[in-house]
Design a binder for this molecule. Structure first.
Ligand SMILES: [Zn+2]
Length: 435
């Protein structure tokens, strides 16, 4: 047995699995908070404040477009439940000033979007007087300057350098474990999963399966800040080869197989990410709330309350309403044949009303337990010609293939990416045990 290495790499994010899980939860939580529009106090995020503190202001010269030697600089990270006023009042600002600033910020970077754990700096040229600037860093890619005297707000994007890189791995147990063992970060694993989700069932991969990825890493001021585009991914699953090639042109943008067929199908497999089926389609189910046999004509997906629910395909919203049984629900008509319905939502997504055109993957609402439900879940109902069917047993329509006229351009891109992927050496692969 051998463990595999990374080619030409400088992976810096070695996270534990619990941290990865936290970051998923945290993203869900954040998404929730953002749509709540909680305003002040500043909403808490994860405990990652120390990380952000470290990235902010490693040396105090030119930063944020200022010569910091001209200022007294206070840097910190926003604490959970800390108000903007808590930060700025000690710097000579009045409540009036802060209200004016909030108003000026509304269209650029609202102070309601400030999050605990993120870094900030207060720049003061004369400490006997009011501070001059409040600088907030939502991430390493950008920062926001709040001019405290003129009530002007600007958001600055940092120049990002994209460096190509490749990686590979052989599955010992799970994809996540393999990625972690090699210091590949969560973002890259998620991108690979997105590209290949239709071809590979990542819940049922086996020892000896292996993958290769070609992607770009993003650098700001020489520091790696994340993963950019995933250009191509290869996965060998039970000795079957799967390639996903990223292709973008005027008409197309997405992942395609070697023949130029979209990797993405017309329907998502499930209306939620990171979910499990808690109750299957079953015409003879014993209903847990009604306590009698009642056909269950949907598939239940359990997830924490507030988890975003996605439209599984493009379509038009035909119903958005409430009934005692369904709770809050949305129904979408996809074409002449198919409609889908999503029950028990805690809330609807903003702007999703009857008549709205939605696209696959668009958030239409949030998991809840309204109506007849024992716990938070989505009851997902799939209608075919007016009848409810088990979508997991349906032969669903295939996506439209790429136009013939586009193929020569696509094949050129495909060939170069496939050549890179094929040249990546995964080393010795532990043979699958037959039988
Ligand atoms: Zn159900």
């Amino acid at each position: 047995m051998r463990s595999v290495g990374i080619r030409g790499s400088k992976f810096r994010f070695a996270r534990s699995s619990s941290e990865q899980f936290n970051s998923i939860l945290c993203a869900l939580f954040l998404a929730l908070l953002m749509v709540c529009g909680c305003g002040q106090p500043i909403a808490p995020t994860d405990q990652g404040s120390s990380e952000h503190r470290m990235m902010l202001l490693p040396d105090l010269n030119m930063r944020f477009g200022f010569d910091l030697n001209r200022f007294f600089v206070e840097t910190d990270s926003i604490k959970p439940n800390q108000f903007l006023a808590d930060i700025l009042l000690p710097h000579g600002m009045s409540y009036r000033d802060i209200a004016n600033l909030s108003e000026a910020a509304e269209d650029v970077f609202s102070v309601k979007a400030l999050r605990a754990g993120k870094g900030y700096a207060v720049l003061t040229s004369d400490t006997t007087k009011q501070a001059d600037y409040f600088v907030y860093e939502p991430n390493r890619l950008r920062y926001v300057i709040y001019d405290l005297k003129n009530f002007e707000v600007s958001q600055i994007e940092r120049p990002v350098e994209r460096r190509p890189n490749s990686a590979q791995g052989v599955i010992e147990s799970s994809l996540w474990l393999t990625m972690m063992e090699q210091d590949l970060d969560y973002e890259l694993a998620a991108k690979m999963e997105d590209a290949l989700a239709w071809a590979v069932d990542f819940h049922h991969i086996q020892k000896g399966d292996h993958f290769k990825v070609h992607f770009e890493e993003l650098y700001v001021d020489g520091e790696r800040v994340g993963v950019g585009d995933l250009h191509g991914a290869y996965f060998s699953n039970s000795n079957n080869d799967h390639y996903a090639i990223k292709y973008a042109s005027e008409k197309y943008n997405g992942y395609y197989d070697l023949q130029g067929r979209p990797m993405k199908k017309v329907f998502l497999k499930a209306p939620l990410k990171y979910t499990r089926i808690s109750s299957s389609y079953n015409p003879r189910r014993f209903h847990p709330v009604l306590r009698r046999v009642k056909a269950h004509l949907g598939t239940d997906y359990a997830a924490p309350r507030g988890t975003p629910i996605y439209a599984v395909a493009n379509g038009r919203v035909t119903k958005r309403g409430f009934t005692k049984g369904n709770g809050n629900y949305v129904k979408i008509k996809h074409d002449k044949t198919y409609s889908t319905q999503y029950l028990h939502m805690s809330r609807f997504a903003k702007d999703v009303v009857k008549g709205t055109q939605v696209v696959q993957g668009q958030v239409i609402g949030y998991v809840g337990s309204t109506g007849l439900a024992t716990g938070p879940h989505v009851c997902f109902r799939f209608w075919k010609n007016g009848k409810q069917v088990n979508h997991l047993k349906e032969n669903l329509p295939e996506p439209e293939p790429m136009a013939e006229s586009e193929l020569p351009d696509y094949f050129e891109v495909r060939d170069s990416i496939q050549a890179i992927l094929d040249a990546i050496d995964v080393g010795e692969i532990i043979a699958l045990q037959e039988g």
